[in-house]
Unconditional design. Sequence first.
Length: 113
Amino acid sequence: QVQLVESGGGLVQPGGSLRLSCAASGFSFGLSVMGWYRQAPGKQREFLARIETNGATSYADSVKGRFTASRDNAKITMYLQMNSLKPEDTAVYYCHRIGTGSWGQGTQVTVSS
């Protein structure tokens, strides 16, 4: 069955960096458009980034220039490099197979001094 497993979250100081990973299985990853989302407490899930099958990316304004999505089809893994992190980036981060109901379980990112 389809599985998406995020990892790499944690506690980081403001201005720091983290790299999230999303390991995929059970579907044709290389043929799938993928996305990163996040949900902060009390808020709706928010789109962050989209990565096409050819690696082209698009971003929400809130993370453009700070976050970079990438994929390694050979490793069946997607990544989100997050730089210049701010306290307002604190949330649970999810990967998503766009156009389907497939989501990962999420990984917590906390930005705090």
